[in-house]
Structure formats: C-alpha cells, structure tokens
Design a protein around this ligand. Structure first.
Ligand code: APR
Length: 169
C-alpha cells in the first residue's frame, strides 16, 4: 500500500530514498527544480549525468523516461531524473506526463527505494496548468503498482499545494 503525502517546501531539503528531478533531455542541468538539485546536490550528480550522456543516453533522455544517479550531498540515496512534456494546448501530452511518474516509480522499484519525493513536474518552465498536472500525477501514482511505501509531492508554493490538495481524495 503506497501512502500519498503532500508537503509544502523545497524538495532539495527533503529526506527520502529518492528525489525526483524535473529535468530536461540534456540531463545537464537547468533552472527550477533541476537547478536547485544540482546546486544543493553538488557536482557528483552532474558527473553521473555526463556519464549517462556519454553512454546509454547519447541523444539525451527522452520525454517521459526516467534515469537514476547518485543524490550527491542531498539527504537521499538517489536522484531520479525525468523529463516532463512541455504543455501544448493543441496536442494532448497527458500520457507523457503520466509516464514520468510511472517510469520514476519503476526506477525507484529497481533501486529498492521506499520513499520517493516528487516535484510538480512540468508545471514551471514547461507551463502545465497546475490542476491538470496534479490530477495526472496523483491518478498515475494511485494506479501504478509499486513497492514504494511513500510518495511525497513536495510543492514549492501555495498555489501548487492547493492544486494538489484539491485533487487528493
Ligand atoms: N522544490 C520543489 N519544487 C520546486 C523547486 C524546489 N526547490 N523549485 C521549483 N519548484 C517547482 C516549480 O514551482 C514548479 O511548480 O517545481 C515545479 C516544476 O517547475 P520547473 O522546475 O520549472 O520544471 P518544469 O516545469 O518541469 O520544466 C523543466 O525547466 O529547470 C528547467 O532544466 C529544466 O528544462 C527543464 C525545465
């Protein structure tokens, strides 16, 4: 049974087995969550991301996929990097956003992670409306069989927290 929890705060200050990063395909860092994770997690994370780019992901990590690295100086064992879809008002990319959550849980299971912290993937630079993203995130986690015991959504501001709180049954 997976417990779903919501927390208002900075995901880089969470203690969890795995912390999910809202990355981009390059895996080489960015702003938002990505920037915060690399800043606080330190160079070891980027070093492993570079190795992934030099090997399995020569062309970058595709949207909707997930891959783990060390968590560096974060209070976690792993960072699970996943690439959310950019919001489109003409094309329904919901399944790619759902895939980010499904794939992150699959990777978490492979690692044996029991607590996983997620940010609100794609709701920042990638412009997904918060309520729609929250519904997809929560529904996907609820419907994905996993050994993860706690999935914690860490929401950076009140509007994101309220959007998730409104959707959690
Ligand atoms: N902790 C938790 N949530 C955070 C933090 C943080 N430290 N910083 C930002 N957020 C929130 C944002 O407020 C937003 O709700 O995470 C959500 C996702 O926003 P982004 O980080 O912009 O991620 P995303 O919308 O998926 O865009 C990804 O942005 O940072 C670049 O390299 C990244 O190109 C990629 C793109």
């Amino acid at each position: 049974m997976t417990t779903l929890t919501l927390v208002r705060g900075d995901i880089t200050r969470q203690t969890a087995d795995a912390i999910v990063n809202a990355a981009n395909s390059s895996l080489l860092g960015g702003g938002g969550v990505d920037g915060a994770i690399h800043r606080r997690g330190g160079p070891a994370i980027l070093e492993e991301c570079r190795k992934l780019r030099a090997s399995r992901y020569g062309k970058g990590l595709p949207t909707g996929r997930a891959v783990a690295t060390t968590a560096g100086d974060l209070d976690a064992h792993w960072v699970i990097h996943t690439v959310g879809p950019v919001f489109s008002s003409t094309e329904d990319r919901s399944d790619l956003l759902a895939s980010c959550h499904r794939e992150s849980l699959r990777v978490a299971d492979e690692l044996g992670a029991r607590t996983v912290a997620f940010p609100a993937i794609s709701t920042g630079a990638y412009r997904w409306p918060l309520r729609a993203a929250a519904r997809i995130a929560l529904e996907t986690v609820r419907n994905t069989p996993t050994d993860v015991e706690e999935v914690r959504f860490v929401l950076f501001d009140q509007s994101a927290y309220d959007a998730f709180a409104a959707q959690i049954r």
